[in-house]
Design a protein around this ligand. Sequence first.
Ligand code: LMR
Length: 329
Amino acid sequence: MRPITKHILAAGVAAAALMGTHAASAQEVIKFAHVVAPNTPKGQGADFFKKRAEEILGDKVEIEIYPNSQLFDDSKVLAAILRGDVQFGAPSLAKFGKWTKKLQVYDLPFLFKDMDAVACFQDGEKGQELLKSMSSKGLTGVGYWHNGLKQLSANKPLKAPADAEGLKFRIQSSDVIAAQFEAVNAVPQKMAFSETYSALQTGVVDGQENTWSNIYSKKFFEVQDYITESNHGLLDYMVVTSTKWWDGLDPEIRDGLAQAMKEASAYANGLSADLTAEQRQAVIDSGETEILQLTDTEFAQWQTAVKPVWAEFSGDIGQDIIDAAAACN
Ligand code: LMR
């Protein structure tokens, strides 16, 4: 090859490389993966985040939302964030056990009497500190999103705790939730959200616990004869990202994303109560399942049966955190 040709080629390669770099820095492609359907508080929050981030930052960013476990399920998404395969995830607070024990507070049964108490704790000092509880692992929490309180469902009526004895329940990957079911002599089985419907349908498990929104949007009510309106625990989310990626962003992009996230959090949290009420009613209207209410005595029996779980996990979580949460009721 003649030297002149070599130089032209080298210049072409350098220019292409430069353009490639330039193109990459001109538009940040940002992936957000989650496991629920778009018509849920988290699904709507993620879609709102995309809309606002693209409005604020124009073509500097492209936000891609992957719902329904299309990209990663919750057992993989945090490692994927650290690898840079995805930039945002919002696993439920029950799914962080491998990364921090402190977030287990959110799974303690009957800790919050309603969603106002949840908001009080999340907005308070301890709740905000928990957003940073995985900083040593390279993960930053950028906000809390509500789903709601959990209900129990099964193929037999669950009124007293003894009714759950021996039944298999699909649970999220949380040791606290496992202990909660063991406390009533039931058999918890940790399982991905995406596998739950078929496990209920085929009888691999007898029951599950989840929010009205998840029970409705994933059609669990079609394969469960009874739902007990127990409101016995919380299913909320932490939106997380990689600290290294976040800190390394162009400041203009980071500020725009932070603004969009703040607005999306307010939007999702404002929406969750209405969506819960609407989807609860849709489950009732379907006539496919019977909704059971607990008497005050039955409610107290469940509380008493699972209360020892608090002491079992207080060392891992920190009594100060539990006290701050309980004080919000
Ligand atoms: C579940 O696994 O039941 C939930 O965490 C799913 C979700 O993201 O709401």
